[in-house]
Design a binder for this molecule. Structure first.
Ligand code: FE2
Length: 379
């Protein structure tokens, strides 16, 4: 549950951040999808998410249907329209399946709304109290990049399965968890010259601070380039890297994303595990496809990162990447896009001290993406 964040592991005070918007963690991530029932089956079967709650015709909701799935502290909501017109349809038509809501767990959704709107946020949802027999939830929301929104969720007076209006989803079919624990970070792609605008938005409107910045010299291959800044809230539980394209000889993955998503949006969710070898083995066995790097990566990787606890062989077999910073090392791997449009994908990450984002792997990773782009004819 999002209510059990492991403070010891995540607490990391970012000194420049301001605390007018205390965030307890990510509450849920909602995707608007063409067929929520089948997407739910995919996240259950391939990813090991557990069925939690449901809202639709059977609960009196006539316009849309939502399935809520959970794995440890990660909560996904999958929503599809039941009618031919409406905002969910328009979103899917423009963007394909994609993340609409990044919901943040707060103590006071009304104050979160007031503080952010006062600082320039565009309102999406006025503070709204929703109630049922399990108590009440207050939600409010603001716009962020593209058509993505943040919803603030105050649930201290609620004991139901998810939100009022949802019923517990008792599905006889369940799958084993894949050891995914929490959302480590969530990355947004924005258009040309928009990175600083949105970093400023997170700084000014939400009190975030910049953790790190990568320019096109850090993140470029022979052909493509991008720039990235990582914004974090004060306690470090919420990290939003923001990418924008940079000039290269060929079209970068960020441009490809922006073309197919029709604008800015969530590029990837990084999900943390305590055992990446086991998690990735299971995901692969269940049909999830990952990017691969050439075997030569593993010939020199230990010269770069030094000693690690894991045997190199299974990492090499699975294509897991390794990087080190001053605080330790990390293991990471990226899926291919999980949708038909080459837009959203997932990262699986295991941190062993390192708090960074795998800068040492950027080149190998982006070359892997370029090989995929070349196959799609979008490089
Ligand atoms: Fe990432």
């Amino acid at each position: 549950m999002a209510t059990n964040i492991d403070l010891d592991k995540l607490e990391k005070v970012v000194p420049q951040a301001e605390d007018f918007l205390p965030l307890l963690g990510t509450d849920y991530v909602e995707l608007y999808v063409g067929n929520a029932k089948q997407s739910a089956y995919y996240y259950q079967t391939a990813w090991g998410f557990q069925p939690i709650a449901y809202s639709g015709l059977e609960t009196g909701r006539k316009d849309q249907v939502s399935y809520v799935l959970e794995q440890d502290k990660i909560r996904l909501v999958l929503t599809s329209p039941l009618e031919p017109d409406g905002p969910v349809n328009a979103h899917i038509n423009a963007h394909g399946d994609g993340v609409k809501v990044v919901a943040l767990w707060v103590d006071d959704a009304t104050k979160s709304f007031e503080e952010t709107v006062k600082r320039g946020a565009k309102p999406y949802m006025e503070p709204t109290v929703e109630e049922d027999e399990y108590g009440s939830v207050v939600r409010s929301g603001i716009h962020t990049y593209g058509e993505t929104v943040h919803i603030f969720v105050e649930r201290k007076n609620y004991k139901g399965a998810f939100l009022p209006g949802y019923k517990a989803w008792d599905k006889p079919y369940t799958t084993a968890s894949n050891g995914l624990k929490y959302i480590d970070h969530m990355v947004g792609n924005v258009g040309w010259n928009e990175m600083n605008t949105w970093c400023e938005f997170y700084a000014k409107v939400m009190g975030f601070a910049q953790l790190v910045s990568f320019d096109d010299k850090d993140i470029s291959t022979e052909y493509t380039a991008l720039m990235s800044k990582v914004m974090s809230n004060g306690n470090g539980r919420i990290k939003f890297p923001i990418n924008e394209p940079a000039e290269g000889r060929k079209k970068s993955q960020i441009e490809e994303y922006i073309d197919f998503y029709n604008g800015a949006g969530v590029q990837h969710l990084a999900l943390a595990t305590d055992n990446i070898i086991e998690t990735v083995t299971n995901l692969r066995n269940r049909g999830v496809e990952f990017l691969t790097v050439p075997a030569t990566y593993y010939e020199t990787v230990l010269d770069r990162v030094g000693e690690i606890d894991e045997d190199l062989e299974p990492l090499k077999e699975l294509g897991i990447l390794i990087d080190r910073d001053d605080e330790g090392y990390l293991l990471q791997i990226f899926t291919k896009p999980v949708l038909d449009r080459p837009t959203m994908f997932f990262e699986i990450i295991q941190r062993k001290g390192a708090q960074s984002f795998g800068k040492g792997n950027f080149k190998a990773l982006f070359e892997a993406i370029e090989r995929e782009q070349a196959e799609r004819g979008t490089l």
